[in-house]
Design a protein around this ligand. Structure first.
Ligand code: ADP
Ligand code: MG
Length: 339
């Protein structure tokens, strides 16, 4: 008798879910990306107890049919790619078709969705990977997903969640990133009924940075505008008088995707090497744009890591872009000068 068995879907899904869903902020990330992929113009989030109790995300994007709303929770179910070739040039945030399946298998989820113009919407309810019910409901156009009791069926994982304040910080940080990268979309975020963030749809990054961080912050920034050899770097970096003791003020993106990329972090440090003392960090909102086939985003299920085909080229471009920005900046004096 053979000893090897194919795992039942429920078990396989729960294992896979561990890689996608690490903490409440992971759920927020996946749902924000789905909303943006669905062309939402307004995204409203309400989180209770750092997301450990519940996370509600509502968008006015294209919505889903009833069949799609059910399929969406299957693993590898996606509307975003069809062939392996398309993996080489991904234009959407999603493509793995794993997020909803993962979320649905480690929490209690209610998804309500309606195509714009449809006469009725759909509610799909899952608990721990099991479909509980599907019903027709009245709903506005777009999608709302309510995720409760994260890891209720994985008590060991639930214990590893941090305090309410820490989990809420991660969520706010994440929403701030997405809000920066998508000025054309309005965002609101409530935590325990209190408004934490609210920005209306606007025109560009400068306007959005003003909404999020205020005029003082904006005054301390120098614009970055660089394009060469297929790489473009845009955004803002702080002038040398802004000195931070952590990288918290650094918002880094590759092709509008929020990344935690060591290479970009290093490029920033390199660019400020003779300007800022060690242990002090600049603030930055940096958008690196490369042709989609120059970067692999399929490195990790959470997709916050990327791999560049020509990392050295990217690094040098960023250093040059930032140095040019600082050089151009009128209030900038690299070294104290004695007249
Ligand atoms: P992926 O985003 O990788 O395709 P997901 O599991 O995140 O996989 O979502 C599965 C599918 O469900 C998506 O491809 C999309 O068609 C649909 N979907 C998910 N969220 C939304 C949403 N907010 N609005 C419209 N469609 C959605
Ligand atoms: Mg997705």
């Amino acid at each position: 008798m053979s000893k090897i068995r194919i795992l039942p879907d429920v078990v396989a899904n729960r294992i896979a879910a561990g890689e996608v869903v690490e903490r409440p902020a992971s759920i927020v990330k996946e749902c924000l990306e789905n909303a943006l992929d669905a062309q939402a113009h307004q995204i409203d989030l309400a989180v209770e107890r750092g997301g450990k109790e519940s996370i509600r995300i509502r968008d006015d994007g294209e919505g889903m049919t009833q069949d799609d709303a059910i399929l969406a929770f299957e693993r590898h179910a996606t509307s975003k790619i069809r062939t392996a070739e398309e993996l080489m040039a991904i234009q959407t945030f999603g493509f793995r078709g794993e997020a909803l399946a993962a979320i649905g298998s480690v929490a209690r989820v209610t998804l309500t969705t309606k195509l714009h113009g449809a006469t009725s919407g759909t509610e799909v309810c899952l608990e721990g990977g099991k479909l509980r019910h599907v019903r027709e409901v009245a709903a506005p156009g777009g999608t709302e997903i309510l995720v409760r009791d994260l890891f209720f069926n994985l008590p060991a994982r639930r214990k590893f969640l941090k305090t309410e304040a820490t989990e809420a910080f991660h969520i706010t940080n994440l929403v701030t990133h997405y809000a920066l990268a998508h000025p054309q979309c309005g965002f609101t975020l409530q935590h325990n009924g209190r408004q934490v963030l609210a920005v209306t749809a606007t025109t560009d990054l400068r306007a959005r940075a003003y909404q999020l961080f205020g005029a003082n912050m904006l005054d301390s920034l120098a614009p970055v505008e660089f394009a060469q050899g297929g790489i473009a770097v845009g955004g803002f970096v702080s002038r040398p008088h802004v000195q931070r003791t952590s990288r918290d003020g650094q918002y880094l993106f590759v092709n509008r995707r929020f990344v935690r990329d060591k290479l970009i972090g290093r490029a920033l440090s390199d660019a400020y090497r003779n300007i800022l003392p060690p242990g002090v960090f600049p603030a930055a909102m940096l958008f690196v744009e490369v042709p989609p086939d120059m970067v692999d985003v399929n490195v990790h299920p959470q997709k916050t890591e990327v791999r560049f085909r020509t990392p050295q080229h990217v690094l040098e471009s960023i250093v040059t872009a930032v140095q040019q920005a600082l050089g151009r900046s009128p209030q900038f004096a690299p070294f104290p000068t004695t007249a």
